[in-house]
Design a protein around this ligand. Sequence first.
Ligand code: NAP
Length: 256
Amino acid sequence: MRGSVDPPALDSTARSTEVAARSPLPFVLVNLAMSADGKIATANRAVSSFGSRRDFEHLLALRATADAVMCGARTVEADAVTLGPGPARFRRLRLRRGLAEYNLRVVVSGSGTLCPAAQVFRHRFSPIIVLTTQRAGRARLRRLEALADEVKVCGESEIDFHAALRWLRRAWEVRRLLCEGGGELNWALVRAGLVQELHLTVCPYVFGGRTAPTLAEGHGFEAVDLAPCFRLVSLKRVAEEAFLVFRRARSVGRSR
Ligand SMILES: NC(=O)c1ccc[n+]([C@@H]2O[C@H](COP(=O)([O-])OP(=O)(O)OC[C@H]3O[C@@H](n4cnc5c(N)ncnc54)[C@H](OP(=O)(O)O)[C@@H]3O)[C@@H](O)[C@H]2O)c1
């Protein structure tokens, strides 16, 4: 494999600090592990955590650069995620970087039907913010308010992510937002043109399955020219995994 690489998290932090200083929106990065055939879970959703220990360290290192970590409803329900910063050494790293010791946590559910038993709600080390829509209705909103530290309605039936992210920046000072999937949430962010960086770990498995989720679900773009274009800025092999960083290209032009 070709390529020498800067540590992606640090390189990315410097860039996002620059961008965030100028923008009313947070810098958004997506981090995911995928199989060699591009799946982020098996078709039956039973397996979604398949990266190595090195990949998990990478996830924590990236969290240690972010003000907030965000996930979709189906991910926080399916996986035993806390979305927290992990062990003390990562929390010290955060403090040295001038970040809060514990990152904020953001959960997205347009319907407001989040399972209250999800792991994320059992760990109260930092505020949990739920982004939802008017679809949630009064009763669900009340239930969400009992679960989360703040519930924000952003949109009628789908989250308006431009408005939601602007609000996160203004109300919670989120400059750097790490999205950890799943595919539906990623699609909404990609479609809205909000994703600046993709951090992908390609793992040595082939899951197959036409219904297995991938990085971005939803309807998809219908032409290459409509799809956002990214530049590969970092490529690193560690044992059998490839760690890739793509950064949003400024222009839509393609080299082929
Ligand atoms: N390999 C990895 O790194 C990785 C990482 C993360 C997840 N995963 C896997 O991915 C799978 C989950 O992915 P997924 O695509 O099914 O679900 P997801 O993106 O985690 O969650 C989807 C839900 O989020 C809410 N949502 C997303 N976009 C929205 C929008 N624009 N407006 C309103 N609500 C929105 C909706 O919640 P409501 O239905 O409540 O409205 C939607 O059903 C799981 O199997 C998980 O284990 C793998």
